[in-house]
Design a protein around this ligand. Structure first.
Ligand code: ADP
Ligand code: MG
Length: 233
C-alpha cells in the first residue's frame, strides 16, 4: 500500500547555547494508512520531536516528509496549518484544553478555526458529546472535569474534523490505569474505524497492544517491528 507517512533523512537539531542537541538523526520511516503504531524509548530519545514533526507542529532541519504523497516540508506555515486542521488530530499528555472554554467549546474549536458553519458545528459537537459520554459535562470548564473526562474532551476535539491520523503523546501519562485503559480503548476504536493511530508511550503493556512497535534511542530508530521481523518486540 502507498504509505500515508514517508520520512526520508529527517534531522532535527536544537541549538542550546554552544551545544547542538540531535533530537532526530537521519530518520527514515514509512507508515501505511490505518496502521496502529506505538513509539517507545527512554526519555529524551526523540519521541515527542518525532510526533511533533509528524503533526506539523515542528519542521526538520533536513530531510523530507511526504504526507499522502505530498511533500509537506516545503509548505508555507498557512498551508501546513490547513493540512494539520484537515488531516491530523493531536492528543497530549496534559490535555492542552483551553481553560476558559467549556467542554463543548473546546470540542468545537477546530471547526471554528476551519470556518465550518454554526449548524454543522452544533450537530457535530452534540454527536461527539454523546459518543464520548460527555453530554452532562458540555458546559463545564476543564478545571471542573476529571482527568479522564478532560482527555475524552481532548480526543473529541482531535477527531471533530475527522482526521486521517491521530497522534497521541503519552495520552495516559496523567491518568490512573483504569482511566488510561478507557482512553486507549477510545483511541483503538478510532483506529478500528480506519484512522491511523500513532501513540507515544512509556507503558510497555500499552505499547504491546499496537500492531507495530518503534523503539527510539538517541534520535534514531533502534527497533521497528515492521522492519526487523526477526527481532522480538
Ligand atoms: P522524548 O519525547 O523521547 O522524551 P524529546 O523528543 O522531547 O524526547 O527530546 C529529544 C531531545 O531533544 C532531548 O535531548 C531534548 O532535551 C531535546 N529537545 C526537545 N525539544 C527541545 C527544544 N524545544 N529545545 C531544545 N532541546 C529540545
Ligand atoms: Mg516526550
Amino acid at each position: 500500500m502507498e504509505p500515508q507517512i514517508s520520512l526520508r533523512g529527517i534531522q532535527r537539531v536544537f541549538h542550546l547555547g554552544d551545544s547542538d542537541v540531535h533530537a532526530l538523526r537521519d530518520l527514515d520511516l514509512d507508515i501505511a494508512p490505518g496502521e496502529y503504531v506505538a513509539v517507545m524509548g527512554p526519555s529524551g530519545s526523540g519521541k515527542s520531536t518525532l510526533l511533533n514533526l509528524l503533526g506539523l507542529l515542528d519542521s526538520p532541519n533536513q530531510g523530507h516528509y511526504l504526507l499522502e504523497g505530498r511533500d509537506v516540508t516545503t509548505l508555507s506555515p498557512d498551508e501546513q496549518a490547513r493540512v494539520r486542521s484537515q488531516r491530523i488530530g493531536f492528543v497530549f499528555q496534559s490535555f492542552h484544553l483551553v481553560p476558559r472554554l467549556t467542554a463543548a467549546e473546546n470540542i468545537a474549536l477546530p471547526m471554528v478555526l476551519a470556518g465550518l458553519p454554526a449548524p454543522e458545528r452544533q450537530q457535530r459537537v452534540a454527536q461527539a458529546l454523546k459518543d464520548y459520554g460527555l453530554e452532562h459535562r458540555a458546559d463545564h470548564r476543564p478545571e471542573e472535569l476529571s482527568g479522564g473526562q478532560r482527555q475524552r474532551v481532548a480526543i473529541a476535539r482531535a477527531t471533530i474534523m475527522r482526521p486521517a491520523m491521530i497522534l497521541a503523546d503519552e495520552p495516559t501519562g496523567n491518568l490512573d490505569r483504569a482511566t488510561g485503559e478507557e482512553v486507549v480503548r477510545l483511541l483503538e476504536g478510532l483506529n478500528a474505524s480506519g484512522v491511523t493511530l500513532i501513540v507515544v508511550t512509556h507503558d510497555a503493556a500499552l505499547g504491546a497492544r499496537a500492531r507495530r512497535q518503534l523503539r527510539m534511542e538517541d534520535g534514531g530508530l533502534k527497533l521497528d517491528t515492521a522492519r526487523d521481523a526477526t527481532v522480538p518486540a
